[in-house]
Design a binder for this molecule. Structure first.
Ligand code: UD1
Ligand code: CA
Length: 452
């Protein structure tokens, strides 16, 4: 049985922000949400988030999680923070303490802590520069005796390189007892969670230590500089994963994954691309430079040219998209569709082999197969109050600079003359146009500049 307490009450003064620190985003997701997601993977019986600053902002932002949100006010130290959670935890099993501003802790490290043995388990790390951290004090046999905070440490203790990450597992019943005995007689006048380690050692409760697989797992965030560094660290980890799975990245230092990106074989991604939410790229997909793709799937063999934006769309196989294309939510493109530069598609389905290659807006439309949509064509889907659909059937040819005023249907095989404004249904197989006839005015002269 496992309880998880996430400490998230710190003010985050050094972020210089109105937003609580733990709601600042790393890889597009609030810091505390990373911790909640990792915590959830351990299938705990109870998750308890201790929050403090920013009113109800933290519980509100994280309301989708089955967690108990407990306020800590005032904030009297890490031990005091965990105390706030205790009334909500049952005595059975263990309690794991995590931190809302230590976002990248990984399941594997926590799992290793769970396997370390009965008693207290501390996550520690050896740092060449341990400044600022609590030090792990051991006896000659190597048993952990206590944790001493830097501000309370002797010069000799400050030489210790093994530091406390803060993350620990304690038997819940014992934790409750130890916390009730905490005192704040230290240099900071705080109730230190770390003091439970000395109590455990004195009661001959075994104290185990585990080290994280990567140092970045235990990095905490106090300011925007640390946030930026950890963001780049994480993005390099993501890039490394993609490379290991055979994805070609033009530059692993110039990709941002803010969510989950899954790639087939022989995928190529050029520099500066951003992937948000859930993105699936099929085999042989190529993504051109500076494209932004969010919550979308791109099927095999599709080529996305630079500067394309794709949001909540489904793109078929062997399509050509961009450069400078914009696919907005609700776009579904079947196979071998071409969407060219400055073409915007929204809430529309376009069937196989159809093309809109230049400067168009296709909104709330159903487009058949083998349709050619000429440059500058616009579906006028909005009458100022309501949205209406445009239906373009198979094998239609729409001449350039056409306005299709919805609701309107262009029948199968129809041709629309360039420059037409189509307000009524166009019959199948016919040429429809709605423009005045071309004429030439004989003897007309251009105006001349007046002589001064
Ligand atoms: C703490 C540890 C220290 C460890 C370090 C790792 C203690 C006494 N010390 O020190 O051994 O090396 O973390 O970073 O635990 N928090 C609350 N409520 C409070 C106080 C803190 O929720 O009343 C939260 C903070 O938001 C933060 C975390 O607990 O996320 C750590 O608090 P902080 O004051 O930064 O502890 P450190 O002094 O860094
Ligand atoms: Ca502190």
């Amino acid at each position: 049985m496992l309880n998880i307490v996430i400490l998230a009450a710190g003010k985050g003064t050094r972020m210089y922000s109105e937003k609580p620190k733990v709601l600042h985003a790393l890889a597009g997701k609030p810091l505390v949400q990373h911790v909640l997601d990792c915590a959830t993977t351990l299938n705990p019986q109870q998750i308890c988030v201790v929050y403090g600053h920013g009113g109800e902002a933290v519980p509100k932002a994280m309301q989708q999680y089955e967690a108990k949100f407990v306020i800590q006010a005032p904030q009297l130290g890490t031990g005091h923070a965990v105390q706030q959670a205790m009334p909500h935890l049952s005595d059975e099993g263990n309690t794991l303490v995590l931190y809302g501003d230590v976002p990248l802790i990984q399941h594997s490290t926590l799992h290793q802590m769970q396997q370390a043995g009965a008693g207290l388990v501390l996550l520690t790390v050896n740092l060449s520069n341990p400044g600022g951290y609590g030090r792990i004090v051991r006896n000659e046999q190597g048993d952990v005796l206590s944790i001493v905070e830097e501000k309370d440490a002797t010069p000799e203790q400050r030489e210790i390189n093994e530091v406390n990450t803060g993350i620990l597992i304690a038997p819940t019943k014992m934790l409750r007892g130890w916390l009730s005995k905490l005192q704040n007689k230290n240099s900071q006048g705080e109730y230190y969670l770390t003091d439970i380690v000395g109590m455990a050692a004195q009661q001959c409760v075994s104290v185990h230590t585990v080290q994280p697989a990567h140092e970045w797992e235990i990095h905490g965030i106090n300011n925007k500089a640390q946030l930026a560094v950890l963001e780049r660290t994480w993005q390099l980890v993501e890039a490394g994963r993609l490379l290991v799975h055979g994805v070609t990245l033009a530059d692993p230092a110039r990709i941002d994954v803010r969510g989950r990106l899954s790639c087939g074989r022989d995928v190529e991604i050029d520099v500066g691309c951003i992937f948000e939410g859930n993105v699936d790229l099929g085999d042989n997909v190529r993504v051109g430079a500076y494209s932004v793709i969010k919550n979308s799937s791109i099927a095999a063999g599709t080529d996305i040219a630079p500067y394309s934006h794709i949001d909540s769309s489904e793109v078929g196989a062997y399509c050509h998209i961009g450069p400078y294309a914009r696919l907005r939510p609700g776009t579904k493109l079947h196979d071998e569709v071409h969407i060219g530069n400055f073409v915007e598609v929204k809430n529309s389905e376009i069937a196989e082999n159809s093309k809109a290659n230049h400067l168009s807006y296709i909104g709330d439309s159903t487009v058949g197969s083998r349709v050619n949509i000429g440059a500058g064509t616009i579906t006028c889907n909005y009458d100022g109050a309501n949205k209406h659909r445009t239906i373009i059937e198979d094998d239609v040819f729409i001449g350039s600079d056409t306005q299709l005023v919805a609701p309107v249907t262009v029948g199968k095989g129809a041709t629309i003359g360039a420059g037409s404004t189509i307000t009524r249904d166009a019959p199948a197989g016919e040429l429809t146009l709605s423009r005045s006839k071309q004429m030439a005015i004989k003897g007309w002269k251009r105006p001349m500049k007046e002589k001064k």
